[in-house]
Design a protein around this ligand. Structure first.
Ligand SMILES: Nc1ncnc2c1ncn2[C@@H]1O[C@H](COP(=O)(O)OP(=O)(O)O)[C@@H](O)[C@H]1O
Ligand SMILES: [Mg+2]
Length: 230
């Protein structure tokens, strides 16, 4: 049930970008609730505000009006530092262009997130080894990202997003830069990452493939979010 204990809930969320000539209202009173463990696809044409919405959910940006409650805590009233800490602990991000750190190896890219969360070295190394083994990428641990295929980079990026066991993974066009076969692999991973039972995944996407494996599809249009008829 969408009403049972949401992990994150938006209430009358507006986002207005100030512009030189006139203000630009991108989100006009969004109300939505996301529950623990569900996989939700957000569809909408380019420029409809999908990235804006994900940035608000992840505490990267603040709404112009309205509240965003994460397990009942209003993240839209947190200062920058607290939002950073919130993000570090609770959120995992996956981006269209992978965004791995080019000067760190695969292993180091994964260990880095855990290090930021204050997880000690021995435990972090164990967790990274476990993740790489689950991905079937253990042999790539010492490679730098530019030596990996796009699909491999994105699988590592998904592993990075879930390494610290966040409650919410926000994926912005996660397969937008992949071919179909690779898309399938990344999607399978996003859907069925071991230990994902309680992790909510919200993916902004153009891809019918991503949408077809979501528990719920929402359409963002004219600043409003509507549930797709199922
Ligand atoms: N920081 C910003 N300042 C001003 N306008 C922005 C900013 N970010 C996004 N926009 C505008 O908001 C609209 C929605 O953008 P975005 O959220 O990136 O849409 P989508 O991800 O669906 O393509 C676009 O018209 C975009 O130009
Ligand atoms: Mg976008």
């Amino acid at each position: 049930m969408a009403d049972a204990d949401p992990i994150i809930a938006l209430s009358d969320v507006h986002k207005i970008y100030p512009d030189a000539q006139r203000e630009r209202t991108v989100l006009r009173g969004i109300n939505a609730r996301f529950r623990s463990g569900e996989f939700v696809a957000i569809l909408g044409r380019s420029g409809s505000g999908k990235s804006t919405l994900l940035n608000l959910l992840g505490g990267i940006d603040l709404p112009s009006r309205g509240d965003i409650l994460f397990r009942g805590m209003n993240i839209s009233t947190l200062d920058e530092r607290r939002r950073t800490l919130f993000r570090r602990e609770h959120i995992g991000f996956v981006f269209q262009f992978f965004n791995l750190i080019p000067t760190l190896t695969v292993f180091e890219n994964l260990a880095f997130t855990l290090d930021l969360n204050g997880i000690d070295r021995a435990r972090a190394q164990q967790r990274v080894a476990e993740l790489l083994s689950q991905l079937g990428l253990s042999d790539r641990a010492d490679a730098f990202p530019d030596r990996l295929s796009g699909g491999e980079q994105q699988r590592i990026a998904v592993a990075r997003a879930v390494a610290h066991k966040p409650s919410l993974v926000l994926a912005d066009e996660p397969t937008g830069n992949l071919d179909r076969d690779t898309e399938h692999q990344v999607l399978a991973l996003l859907r069925a990452m071991p230990g994902r039972d309680y992790t909510t995944v919200i993916a902004a996407t153009h891809s019918p493939e991503v949408a077809s494996c979501a528990d719920r599809i929402l359409h963002l249009q004219d600043g409003a979010l509507a549930e797709a008829a199922s």
